[in-house]
Write a protein that binds this ligand. Sequence first.
Ligand code: TPP
Length: 274
Amino acid sequence: MYSEKKLQELKELAKNIRIQSLEQFASRGFGHLGGAMSIVEILAALYGDQMRHDPKNPHWEDRDRLVCSKGHAGPSVYAALALCGYMPLSEMKTLNQEGTNLPSHCDMHRTPGIDVTTGSLGQGLSVSSGVAYGLKVQGKDSKVFCIVGDGELQEGQNWEAMMNAAHKKIDNLIMFVDYNQMQLDGPVAQVDNIADINAKIAAFGWNVIDVADGHDFDQLGEAIAAAKSHTGSPTAIVCHTLKGKGVVWAETEWNHHIDVTREAADEAIAALNA
Ligand SMILES: Cc1ncc(C[n+]2csc(CCOP(=O)(O)OP(=O)(O)O)c2C)c(N)n1
């Protein structure tokens, strides 16, 4: 789908989102690395191509919205925003420190470009649905993209939101499921199994698109384009991803919230640049 030139541009953006996320974790010494890395290509596809937004005007009324419901992945969202020009890259060194604009979890009152405060899992889809409905009522054609974790889907509020969004035909709402199959304390299937997730979401009246490789831009781009043109129901894009993706020493089973030394970050950045 993408031209070679655009593909390279998106890959470069994804690489730099990883690098700038690592800079944040290294400056703080630790963080939610695994779940930040699994959504990098989703963020790059959105901010680098599919989303209507203006870094010079973060509150532009006609923008699309992004709600990172898995708010602990804030650092990769901040990196994407900074790389698009919402803030200087120098802010990356302030993650979760006194007076920062970059708290560990997303905060709409602190960070330019963050549309909704998140961190308490399970709430972002309800808020996204309300925002999307409000936009429709106002006659706007803006989309609301919401990224939820697969472990997060164990929270019952998601299913209430899904039921209502289908009932109200909120078709400008697009949910990404970051289906990395891991959560804080182990495999989702062992902690509280959500399978068969596609069938469950479809049973709630949603259009469901399965993306076999959530790190592949062609697959993501096609899915997002299809979701944007779909009418009559909200769409879920279930992205099969890898927690810790792209960080050489983090593509392991235990990478949820980990120490990140300067040396470890440098090693990962060198591998990304190689
Ligand atoms: C309501 C609530 N309970 C618990 C937590 C602590 N917590 C933070 S991340 C996380 C795991 C979430 O798993 P998943 O949604 O799969 O995210 P990912 O593994 O992709 O990072 C938990 C339990 C929280 N932030 N909010």
